[in-house]
Ligand binder design. Structure first.
Ligand code: DC
Length: 234
């Protein structure tokens, strides 16, 4: 079977990771994985089971729950032990709590293990998160670190909420994003940091198309260097 690339896209919330990762995966006909959805699934279960103050119990949930992602029509569907929790993982309560669950070392260990197992032999993958290029796949063929100014990211999230019919004030979103950034970047285990060999893209002033194009240029370069054929992206 011919080799395919591993593309790792990391960065803070609202930097455009999901949007670009989905387009790139579609263009290359690669598997797309949103690892944030897995941290969200564990957080949902912790809230539901009333164990938010018990890290050991949360680790147990992360280790023993069957978390599955299914990407259908542009949406990452999330199932836990066969139950569809897609609609439950992007609430405000959860946004506020997900970083405190994500900082638990045992939770990270369990989810990183699951994430590595999602890469099938001979299949290309575009995985997005906070520690993909640094921890999950340190040997990824392409590493992108996507950033954007906080105001810009909050503005984008506000528009997404508007589309969904849930109006959330920009200042509330901004507050949540900056708290999450601080927690995600300062935690002891696998913090959000740019890998030394990652290519940084600041998406503050460029369009989605330009973002995608910049990432695709890196993908093509890596493919040529490694002698890997990729689909025509024209
Ligand atoms: O990408 P997202 O906003 O849905 O991620 C939700 C939270 O999950 C984020 O605040 C930090 C955490 N996360 C993480 O710690 N590591 C990852 N690889 C992905 C997400």
């Amino acid at each position: 079977m011919s080799k395919k690339l591993i593309v790792a896209i990391d960065g803070p919330a609202g930097s455009g990771k999901s949007t670009s990762a989905k387009i790139i995966a579609q263009k290359l006909n690669y598997l797309y994985i949103d690892t944030g959805a897995m941290y969200r699934a564990v957080t949902f279960l912790a809230i539901k089971q009333g164990i938010m103050d018990n890290p050991e119990a949360i680790v147990n949930v992360a280790e023993n729950s069957d978390i599955r992602l299914k990407y259908v029509n542009g949406v990452t569907q999330v199932f836990v032990d066969g139950i569809d929790i897609t609609k439950n993982i992007r609430t405000h309560e959860l946004n506020d709590k997900v970083s405190s669950v994500s900082k638990i070392a045992g939770v990270r260990k369990a989810l990183v293990k699951k994430q590595r197992m999602l890469k099938n032999e001979g299949e290309g993958i575009v995985m997005e998160g906070r520690d993909i290029g640094t921890v999950v796949f340190p040997d990824a063929d392409v590493k992108i670190f996507l950033t954007a100014l906080l105001d810009k990211r909050a503005e984008r999230r506000a528009k997404e909420y508007e589309k969904k019919g849930t109006g959330v004030p920009v200042h509330t979103i901004k507050d949540n994003l900056s708290k999450r950034d601080a927690l995600d970047s300062s935690r002891d285990t696998n913090p959000l940091i740019k890998a030394n060999d990652a290519f940084e893209v600041d998406s503050s002033k460029i369009s989605i198309e330009e973002q995608v194009e910049l990432i695709l240029q890196r993908v093509k370069k890596a493919a040529v260097e490694k002698g890997i054929e990729i689909l025509s992206t024209e």
